[in-house]
Design a protein around this ligand. Sequence first.
Ligand SMILES: [Zn+2]
Length: 185
Amino acid sequence: MIKSKHPDREVSLRIALTLAILWLTSSAAVAQPASEIALIKRQFNELQKISIRQNREYCGYLVLDSQSRLSATPATRGRRDSCQADWPEGVRVVASYHTHAAYDPDAISELPSTTDLEGDRFEGVNGYVATPGGRLWYINSATMTTRMICDVGCLTMDGRFKPSIYETVVSRYTYAELAEIQDGP
Ligand SMILES: [Zn+2]
């Protein structure tokens, strides 16, 4: 309890504190609620098998219906290194999702690409990416950064996957850092 000779000030302090706490908890929840992570993991674990077997990306969106129920749209089959799903109508789009097909020692497929970040930014959504090594990445398109939610093998992975000895994967990248890796030495 905050002691004050000025009751008005005490009230406004309490309101300020309450607002601060609300803001903190809501922005944490907006990040990625556990239910959203659980849903995307289930979706990716289904898609990874077929995406790896066919060596094709699969993509779609996480959406909220009018009752705020979260679901994943059915996946669209893409190409080996790109995928474009139809924009879902009549729902609120929360995030895009896509797989990175099969293990390819010559591709930088264990990280989201700068194009992935640009696409999410353009559409005004965040994003999820599954890699051949079974990593799960989250793309924050407002900050243009990506964060690894879980590491190798946390999703269904390509049995042929070998971690590259040339590449250390850390848990967070900015757009500029990804661009530097993609452009190579
Ligand atoms: Zn990608």
